[in-house]
Ligand binder design. Structure first.
Ligand code: AMP
Length: 367
């Protein structure tokens, strides 16, 4: 139980009601609620709609499990603001009638909760050329989301991966590098003692764990003081001030003030002694044309990771041995050999958790 206070929610809404369009434009519009109420993403649609004077169109589990009934629901409800995980929109994009001609009222697509891939964003921009596609990022512990960016063709064409956005007012993000040093977006060491070596100066790639400070950071975990103390840390700045920061477990970096989230610290794996980032492998598989979605999972034996398996959604190929070889060949051109998954398995669609995120656990069981 993450204790999000009324004040946290108010601070989040003060920002969120103005994201994508000004609050006045949201009044009287229809917001899609796809996330179950047990998932904090539902706070984004439900409360933003309430605070803007909009209507909530709540999609129930039965309707959602069937694409045709979801399509009908969207039409009848005249949804204007779409809020979901990227995985959910991927499911809808597989339907040929899901496009701006059939759904001209969708003005904005908001995403949060998992990585928005270039493949999904590109498809969406092409299918809904008049709608805005907005990526947002954040953990429940900092009240749903703390950053946002409208994804444009430039991002898709120029960046290796899509940004998660500019940080909202009232919030600050720092990065804790592997050596313990905590840096800000300008690569400056900010803390008096960052745990590791004293200021080592910025490294070539300043990737680090994303730490969040500010007016939406929650009180902590309900009745779990130890867990709270471990995740919400007090950090002394160089000027003597003490700040409370939440350790997200996400890895990120800054580029020109824009935050990028490249995966989770717990998705860093070691296979045969080589350390790698699973998100990195997935991003490279997605560069292959025809691949629509991918999830790479470790295959374990006796608790130890033995190899990696990639589950690939590529409806336009037959999924033969040669198709798998083709993906491996593509990866070998981009990554060191040890990062190429041993097995490529083709699958119709990736399983989802009840929150609408890719279900990595189930896939591990299938590896
Ligand atoms: P939850 O608390 O269930 O909303 O999950 C929060 C986690 O989802 C974050 O810590 C990230 O790992 C992931 N996440 C949220 N938004 C994004 C995004 N835009 N891109 C990549 N990962 C995200």
């Amino acid at each position: 139980g993450v204790e999000v206070t009324k004040q946290n929610l108010g601070n989040f809404l003060e920002w969120m009601t103005g994201v994508g369009t000004p609050i006045e434009e949201k009044e009287g519009e229809v917001f899609l609620n796809q996330a179950p109420y047990s998932f904090d993403l539902s706070v984004m649609d439900t409360y933003t709609a309430l605070a803007s004077g909009a209507t909530i169109a709540s999609l129930d589990k039965g309707t959602m499990s069937n694409a045709a009934s979801t399509m009908e629901f969207l039409k009848v409800q005249n949804v204007n603001y779409w809020i979901s995980t990227p995985s959910f929109v991927d499911m809808m994009l597989a339907e040929k009638d899901f496009n701006s001609e059939k759904y001209p009222d969708i003005k904005v697509f908001f995403f949060c909760g998992e990585r928005l891939t270039k493949t999904t964003a590109n498809k969406l921009i092409k299918t809904f050329p008049h709608s805005k596609v907005i990526n947002t990022y954040g953990p429940t512990e900092s009240t749903v989301a703390i950053s946002s960016v409208e994804i444009k063709n430039e991002h898709i064409n120029e960046d290796d991966e899509l940004p998660v956005g500019l940080i909202k007012p009232g919030t600050k993000v720092f990065l804790q590098r592997e050596d313990g040093i905590i840096i800000d977006e300008f690569n400056q060491n900010i803390a008096e003692e960052s745990g590791g070596r004293e200021n080592a100066g910025p490294k070539k790639t300043d990737v680090g764990e994303i730490l969040i400070e500010g007016n939406t950071v929650s009180k902590g975990y309900f009745k779990m003081p130890e867990k709270t103390a471990a995740a919400f840390d007090l950090i002394k700045l160089k000027n003597g001030e003490v700040r409370r920061m939440y350790h997200t477990g996400d890895l990120g970096y800054f580029k020109e003030g824009m935050l990028y989230c490249i995966g989770r610290t717990d998705l860093q794996v070691k296979v045969h002694g080589y350390r790698m980032e699973i998100g990195d492998i997935e991003a490279n598989i997605l560069l292959k044309e025809n691949v629509e979605a991918v999830c790479v999972v470790p295959k374990r034996k006796d608790g130890k990771i033995r190899s990696l398996v990639a589950f690939v959604v590529a409806p336009s190929v037959s999924g033969s041995f040669d198709d798998a070889k083709d993906i491996k060949r593509h990866l070998k051109e981009l990554l060191p050999e040890y990062m190429v998954p041993k097995k490529i398995k083709f699958i119709d669609k990736l399983p989802m958790t009840s929150n609408g995120k890719v279900d990595r656990k189930t896939l591990e069981g299938m590896a």
